[in-house]
Design a protein around this ligand. Sequence first.
Ligand SMILES: [Zn+2]
Length: 279
Amino acid sequence: MSLDPRYKMAGNRAERLLDELGKNVLPIDPFVIAEDREIMVKSKEFDTAGVSGCLLKVDDSFGIMYATHIKNEGFIRFTVAHELGHYFLPGHVDTLFINRKLHYSQSNFVSADPFELEADHFAASLLMPSRLFLRETRRAGEGFGAINSLAETFKTSITATGIRFATYAEDPVAIIISKNDRIHYCFMSEAIKELKGIGWIKKGDLIPKSSKTYDFNSDINNITSSRVAESITTLDDWFEGAPAVEMNEDVVGLGSYGKTLTVLFTNEALENEDEDEWL
Ligand SMILES: [Zn+2]
């Protein structure tokens, strides 16, 4: 997995911690880990939009608060795990609490701040440790069905599970989060990343008009009612310069989160189109 070393290290720290604490049993419970360190965890209403939670430090005591507006159990657990990341990752407490008693977080891979992202990678690895996640991924099937069943096994949110699924999938998989006609972000499995000369999706790119996702997003009820749809698309509709391989397209409304998750997947191997040609 070609991940930035500092994020990889954050994930490794979480997995080592689970070994140290002997808490490698599914589903991993971040509340129990907090209790183990005498960190109090409570819910709290935050005035600032986008804040998922915070870590509080008073002298040598710590507390975690997660936002009351979060109604999703998986996201609450991720938020608590993210705050534990700030507590356990080297350098975080020293940096985040200079002249401050509170660190406010935006968890779940929405922030560009490296400390936030490190804590997100810590949280993902804490709740979905790689060895167990790989084992479960291999027997979970494919597409949204697999992500949904993994989210139940690990008690994690659909988005966090989807991102992890794309990272560990051995087949070509892309997870795309979108709203209206725009893409917010995309995570790809190695099989897609390895394709030479393809244009990667960027934040703010338009959703291809030929896709099911484009249709789906034109009716807000699809998103608020958490509807599910499926179709067929081609890889080059989404990634410029990619081979015109047929991909399954599962589309899911993410309810009150207001966004849509798209899973593109196939179990066919992808090849660069000119790979087998005579030069
Ligand atoms: Zn944070």
